[in-house]
Design a protein around this ligand. Structure first.
Ligand SMILES: Cc1cc2nc3c(=O)[nH]c(=O)nc-3n(C[C@H](O)[C@H](O)[C@H](O)COP(=O)(O)OP(=O)(O)OC[C@H]3O[C@@H](n4cnc5c(N)ncnc54)[C@H](O)[C@@H]3O)c2cc1C
Ligand code: FES
Length: 282
């Protein structure tokens, strides 16, 4: 069944929001879950978080950053175009409930992935402190939307062009020193999630991370998304994507995330030679 794009919005130079007709997924999706999309018959399958769902309008929203060949092709599509396949909702839903004082930490396109978690956290009656970071002001997304679901929102930029200059870890450390926090939830670049987990571990602040592992089948069969958590093998697609950040074997995970670099490079070169024109038309 083809899935129609009903709306396309540019959020920053490299990030897009797509609203898609997907009635069954729209009815079932929960915070923390994701879909696997395939642009056409021959396309690669990629996982993307369900940023929002509207059972009345039969739509789901995805937000993605152009990283390589597939996300750049996706950025070339327009409202009215269709995707061949969307599989979901996949993964376990967020279920930390009323944890108390929750700090949400997100960076880059992880800011899009944290929005449904922020809505969930507020709905469950938590105090929500949100810390979001981007490289520059131009790349920051969804600040106003996140404010709606946060008691307090802190923005950082690496270059100091907006908010607090520096990385998300600094305001997180300050918050940990000045107030009692019950739960940290983090999503963003792998290296950021590792740094946040290392920051919260010494004082025992429970930390959930949502891992953006490479995936292929997303059914727990192929092993691509394998991660070691607390000494046990887990699969991000079926056991995750949320895990205890203090138990993830980060160095192994970071190493595994790099193992398709050559293939990704070849796919990007193929995109440049076959589809580059679409970038200038949109
Ligand atoms: C559960 C889950 C939810 C996700 N949700 C979102 C989302 O909401 N929005 C979004 O933009 N992305 C999300 N991702 C990441 C997204 O799947 C990848 O960016 C995408 O697969 C890249 O495909 P590509 O062909 O465009 O780039 P590739 O050619 O595969 O990669 C290009 C470059 O991006 C890097 N890259 C590739 N995959 C990832 C990754 N998973 N994490 C970090 N860097 C990566 C590569 O190292 C490489 O440098 C999610 C991943 C998972 C597992
Ligand atoms: S993607 Fe194949 S096991 Fe998770």
């Amino acid at each position: 069944m083809p899935y129609k794009i009903t709306e396309k919005v540019r959020l920053n130079p490299v990030t897009w929001k797509l609203v898609l007709e997907a009635p069954l997924i729209a009815r079932q999706a929960k915070a923390g879950q994701f879909v696997i999309i395939k642009i056409d018959e021959k396309a690669e399958r990629i996982p993307l978080t369900i940023n929002d769902n509207d059972p009345q309008k039969n739509t789901i929203t995805i937000i993605f950053q152009e990283a390589g060949a597939t996300t750049r092709r996706l950025g070339c599509l327009k409202a009215g175009d269709v995707l061949t396949d969307i599989l979901g909702p996949l993964g376990k839903e967020t279920d930390f409930g009323k944890a108390g004082r929750v700090v949400l930490v997100a960076g880059g396109v992880g800011i899009a992935e944290i929005l449904p978690v922020a809505k969930y956290a507020k709905r469950e009656g938590n105090y929500v402190l949100t810390i979001i970071g981007s490289r520059t002001k131009d790349l920051l997304i969804l600040e106003e939307e996140l404010k709606r679901y946060s008691d307090k929102l802190i923005v950082t930029t690496d270059d100091g062009s907006y908010g607090v200059k520096g990385l998300v870890v600094s305001p997180l450390k300050e918050a940990m020193a000045s107030e009692k926090l019950d739960l940290c939830y983090c999503v963003g670049p792998d290296i950021m999630m590792k740094a946040v987990s290392e920051t919260t571990k010494p004082c025992g602040l429970k930390t959930l991370v949502s891992l953006d592992a490479n995936m292929v089948d997303a059914t727990g069969m192929c092993g691509t998304c394998r991660v070691t958590v607390g000494g046990k093998t887990r699969f991000v697609c079926v056991d995750g994507p949320e895990f205890d950040g203090h138990l993830v074997e980060w160095d192994l995970f970071l190493k595994r995330q790099k193992r398709f670099i050559e293939e990704e490079k070849r796919a990007a070169e193929y995109f440049e030679s076959h589809h580059k024109d679409c970038i200038y038309k949109r």
